[in-house]
Design a binder for this molecule. Structure first.
Ligand code: GUN
Length: 299
């Protein structure tokens, strides 16, 4: 039976460090950490995520600002808002919630954020630093950074000799996750929808990270006995057993059956999810510390 990796507890520990660092920064330098979150349109899931980010920022003692723009917002209007946040010294972190409405060019917007305020770690400067092994001077994408903290809680800092398989190759998660694992000396395979014999590739993994967005796709026979399984997916599926019209959240991993033969596994919800918001707070307080040349808190 696998050990359950408690993401809520790990996230709470990160948040405690963030709160202490934010408070110290305010007391010693008079600088209040500022996070601006921008949301365009009315996608309900995005509003839920953004609301949670704002509430957590407040709980950390940050100056938390939300810009809610209508779905018809133009590229020019959004660019101008990002520009003003880039120039605002009270804002240390800027997050533009994705996906943006289809008529907007997301990449142009993301690349217009100042790299030192890019708390999502999506700017090419930050992505490039990670890709070239600089894990100290940039900002790392929050979900992979959080997933990596959970991996480290099981395996420690050095993954030498371990095979890691990441299923998914997005810029937001799969690519930075693979680079973090590689930096920690794992032997890394990035698998995706075009990979042949995906289940047998997965079976080679000592550390299996699933980020495909397909509910319960990873089955028990995909798992090397004793492997660490990190589930990044989150989907809502019908749960008629809970009553008519009821639903439940599941990950990319068939948790119930994989639990039997994995060594450690993250649940959904309560695994990687809480880590994403915690690492966003961590990136923001780090960005604020850098503006005053303070020694950075460590996560
Ligand atoms: N949408 C889903 N996840 C994320 C994230 O980590 N950052 C942003 N900006 N948008 C998202």
């Amino acid at each position: 039976m696998a050990k359950m990796i408690d993401g809520k507890r790990a996230a709470a520990a990160v948040i405690e460090t963030v709160k202490a660092a934010a408070s110290r920064l305010e007391q010693t330098k008079g600088v209040r950490t500022g996070l601006a979150v921008v949301i365009v349109g009315d996608d309900p899931a995005s509003h839920t995520y953004v609301g949670a980010k704002g509430r957590m920022a407040k709980e950390c003692g940050f100056n938390s600002v939300q810009h809610t723009l209508p779905a018809e917002t133009t590229q020019d209007e959004l660019t101008k808002l990002v520009q003003s946040l880039n120039e605002d010294p009270s804002i240390h972190g800027i997050l533009v919630q994705l996906p943006l409405p289809k008529h907007l060019n997301s990449d142009a917007i993301i690349q217009s954020i100042r790299p030192d305020k890019d708390v999502d770690g999506l700017h090419v400067v930050n992505a490039g630093k990670l890709a070239t092994g600089d894990l100290t001077t940039g900002l790392i994408s929050c979900t992979p950074a959080g997933a990596m903290l959970l991996v480290r809680s099981i395996h420690g800092e050095d993954l030498s000799g371990l095979n890691a398989v990441v299923i998914g190759r997005s810029n937001l998660f799969g690519k930075p996750m693979a680079q973090l694992l590689l930096n920690a000396n794992a032997t890394v395979t990035t698998a995706h929808s075009r990979t042949k014999n995906l289940s047998s590739v997965a079976r080679g993994a000592d550390i299996l990270v699933a980020a495909v967005g397909r509910p319960e796709m990873v089955k028990a026979n995909w798992i090397k006995p004793g492997a660490t399984v990190i589930d990044v997916g989150i989907s809502r599926i019908a749960a008629p057993e809970r009553g008519e019209g009821k639903s439940r959240l599941v990950g990319d991993v068939a948790y119930g059956e994989v639990l039997q033969n994995a060594g450690a596994i993250t649940p959904v919800p309560g695994g990687v999810g809480p880590m994403t918001i915690a690492m966003l707070m961590a990136n923001t307080v780090v960005a604020a510390h850098r503006t005053c040349g303070m020694i950075l808190p460590e996560f």
